[in-house]
Ligand binder design. Sequence first.
Ligand SMILES: [Zn+2]
Length: 80
Amino acid sequence: MAYHVKVIPPSGRARIHKDSCKFCREGQGMENQDKGTGPTYWEPAHPNKGMVTIKEAENFMANLGLRYKDKGKCPYCMKS
Ligand SMILES: [Zn+2]
């Protein structure tokens, strides 16, 4: 299990995903979407391995800055 954070700068949004999530796919994003163009990015990006602990992902998100007001976990893969 590893974690990736999707960062969407224009929306000030960031979401933690599990690497196995269909929206994440180890930092590749959804199939046939997320072509790596535009401002959106994954941290870490494929083919880099995801962060080992959720704490690490949360720390990364916390350090994104005040502009990011919409931060959280993916409701699909991290609900509980
Ligand atoms: Zn997810």
